[in-house]
Design a binder for this molecule. Structure first.
Ligand code: HH2
Length: 264
């Protein structure tokens, strides 16, 4: 899943793709580099960010999704990254065929839309909201609590009519988590895989890797992100939300080939 942030303020690529043509060109490039899904977002959710109203999110994403739907092959899914059903509905009308909700379906309209249109749905864990989530996040047992939350939200989605195989769950790396919480969740990927739901992982360029790699620039973390992608494949993760598609596709393909049982 390639990230297309149509925002002025995303943490690593804010402002790069706000022009319509720049957004389309970037999506095209990500598809050429091996993306199966393009995730279009009109709201930054970096720590401290303020919510973007539905009208403004729609203004940012709808035209881009409509243009991409016309131009990209049918097989490429277009996902919309939003917590608001009003935005999701407009995106679906424009051609989106997947929903990515970092709030795990707090707006029940999101679950209903996924069910009604038969669309895959990503439910992510976040403690609090982006405004305050990094102010001292705390858990008793981070892995158990995130797993319980995701299973609960997946049950709600099923109750709303979304089939189990269409529900991706995502531990929400960096969303209300300390460095240690993020590492604990990544070490526990096999446990999330064992839930039976497909797992989506979003580590791309995230802060916890900056201290490991002693890098100050998010964009310098491509190699670090690829390491998590390869380990994620090994653990059974099914989808990776990344900014740098080509190197992550390579990491995933090599890890997948090595992990697959040999036929000879
Ligand atoms: N991370 C970000 C945004 N959306 N969705 C899912 N399912 N999982 C994630 O880990 C995830 C996500 C944050 O990354 P980015 O979009 O690059 O930044 P910003 O929120 O500043 O736009």
């Amino acid at each position: 899943m390639g990230v297309l942030n149509v925002t002025p303020d995303s943490f690593s690529d804010g402002g790069l793709f706000t022009r319509h043509e720049a957004a389309l060109a970037h999506a095209r490039q990500m598809v050429e580099e091996g993306a199966d899904v393009i995730d279009v977002g009109g709201e930054s959710t970096r720590p401290g960010s303020q919510p973007v109203p539905a009208e403004e999110q729609k203004r940012r994403v709808v035209g881009v999704i409509a243009a991409l739907r016309k131009e990209l092959p049918e097989a490429v899914r277009l996902s919309v990254d939003t917590t608001l059903s009003e935005v999701a509905e407009a995106a679906i009308d424009a051609g989106a065929d997947m929903l990515n909700d970092i709030s795990g379906g707090r707006d029940p309209g999101i679950l209903a839309l996924a069910a009604r249109h038969g669309l895959p749905l990503v439910l992510m864990h976040m403690q609090g909201t982006p405004v305050t989530m990094q102010d001292n996040p705390s858990y008793g047992d981070v892995v158990a609590e995130v797993e319980d939350y995701l299973l609960d939200r997946a049950r709600a989605a099923r109750k709303a009519g979304v089939p189990a195989e269409g529900i991706f769950i995502d531990p929400g790396i960096g969303f209300g988590k300390t460095y240690e919480h993020n590492l604990a969740l990544l070490r526990a990927l096999p446990r999330f895989v064992a839930t039976g739901y497909p797992i989506l992982l979003g580590t791309s360029r995230k802060r916890f890797m900056r201290s490991i790699c002693r890098e100050s620039e998010p964009r310098a973390l491509t190699g670090a992100t690829c390491a998590t992608t390869a380990l994620g494949v090994e653990a059974g993760v099914r989808m990776f939300r990344v900014h740098d598609v080509r190197p992550n596709r390579q990491a995933a393909d090599v890890a997948w080939t090595l992990a697959a049982p040999t036929t000879s």
